[in-house]
Design a protein around this ligand. Structure first.
Ligand SMILES: *Cc1c(COP(=O)(O)O)cnc(C)c1O
Length: 390
């Protein structure tokens, strides 16, 4: 008989009753170091006191009102994001997928309103933009699309890191290019700064809108508030989710006034998106994470972790090959199957996340203490030892 929860996940045999900082605890008291952080969601760890305080205070006054009314918490978060980024305007969603949907609609509407409808959106092999019918068509990988056709037309997937293919595809029929500055699910693959710059220039040449999916790599994850800042360029449209809510479901689409010009009253909406509860929490997360001193600490911790991981890899050439990524969005390319290493790590009391290309993903809370990082790496060392002697 089918389980009462639709069995679309193969779940680990773990069940947590409490989260505190970077630690998760099971009912029997067993503790795990959480280096997955809900897949880059718990940006400030579990039960951060300032977030608990903000959430409970807002919950006592007002949870939800419709977007038919003014929502000051939403306005405040939008103002903060506009202040700290390239964007002129923000729409709030509940998830990354919902942000992808709006990004796609916004790009198409932009060209429709110009009277020269362009519909094609270029994406990249290995990308992940969510699980809606639109988002799976955008990513295009068979793993996500098989059996769900016919797919929404208008997407063309390009090989990763192939400038010639991009050049050939990016003509005057292209509405937009959608890319993760650092691929997450695809195996922690940063797009080199030079490629990001070249992509910006190529889009400027044809007028194509540049959409960055920073759902996973944004909100301080790479040591800048948004990953594209490292390259000194900006998109026209950006998708944000995961870390921005610190665990509360919240996403956003940020855009320039020009890119958003087609999205007038009545063209889009969301029942829950931008509710007072989510936006109050999102504002607190944004305030904490965008503080330059906080981001300096993310970069320092990232250097510390990376150095420890280089040592781990050197000690276990049979298990691990190399480390890659940016900031606290790191991937270990494995020699042994990454799923075996995830299981061995779990048995050693540390939680990591698999990604494509046989990679282990490390996405710790951005405020994780150094001693927790050191402990996590020593547990990964124990996991590799156990697997190698099995
Ligand atoms: C997780 C993710 C999404 C989808 O976000 P959901 O909140 O799961 O809908 C989209 N893009 C990227 C890069 C992601 O990592």
């Amino acid at each position: 008989m089918i389980s009462s929860v639709l069995p679309t996940y193969s779940r680990a045999p773990l069940s947590f009753v409490k989260g505190e900082g970077s630690w998760l605890t099971e009912a029997d008291g067993r503790r795990f170091l959480d280096l997955g952080a809900g897949i880059a969601v718990n940006a400030l760890g579990h039960a951060h006191p300032a977030l608990v305080e903000t959430l409970t205070r807002q919950a006592q006054s007002l949870w939800h009102v419709s977007n038919l009314y003014q929502i000051p918490q939403q306005q405040a978060l939008a103002d903060a994001l506009v202040d700290k980024t390239f964007a002129d305007t923000v729409f709030f969603t509940n998830s990354g997928t919902e942000a992808a949907e709006l990004a796609i609609k916004m790009a198409r509407k932009y060209w429709y309103d110009k009277g020269t409808p362009r519909t094609t959106i270029l994406t990249f092999e290995g990308s992940f933009h969510g699980r809606s019918t639109g988002a799976i068509a955008a990513a295009g990988s068979e793993k996500m699309t098989k059996g769900f056709g016919p797919l929404m037309p208008g997407f063309q997937s390009l090989p990763w890191g192939d400038a010639a293919a991009l050049d050939a595809a990016l003509d005057d029929s292209v509405a937009a290019v959608m890319v993760e500055p650092v691929q997450g699910e695809g195996g922690i693959r940063p797009m080199p700064e030079a490629d990001l710059k070249a992509l910006r220039a190529a889009c400027d040449k044809t007028g194509a809108l540049l959409i960055f999916d920073e759902v996973q790599c944004g909100m301080g994850r790479t040591g800048r508030l948004f990953a594209h800042e490292w390259a000194g360029i900006a998109p026209d449209i950006m998708m944000v989710a995961k870390g921005i809510g610190g665990g509360f479901p919240l996403g956003a689409v940020l855009a320039t006034e020009n890119a958003a010009s087609g999205m007038v009253a009545g063209t889009h909406g969301s029942t829950y998106g931008g509710n007072p509860l989510g936006c109050a929490v999102g504002l607190k997360v944004t305030e904490i994470v965008s503080d330059p001193a906080f981001l300096d600490e993310v970069n320092r911790k990232a250097g510390f972790l990376r150095q420890k991981l280089e040592g781990l890899i050197a000690a276990h050439p049979d298990s691990f090959e190399s480390v890659r990524g940016l900031g606290l969005m790191l991937g270990i390319k494995c020699r042994k199957p990454n799923t075996d290493l995830v299981a061995a790590a779990r048995a050693a009391g540390v939680l990591v996340v698999p990604a494509a290309d046989n990679v282990l993903r490390l996405l710790p809370a951005l405020n994780i203490p150094d001693e927790d990082l050191a402990e996590a790496v020593s547990r990964l060392d124990a996991a590799a030892n156990a697997l190698e002697s099995a």
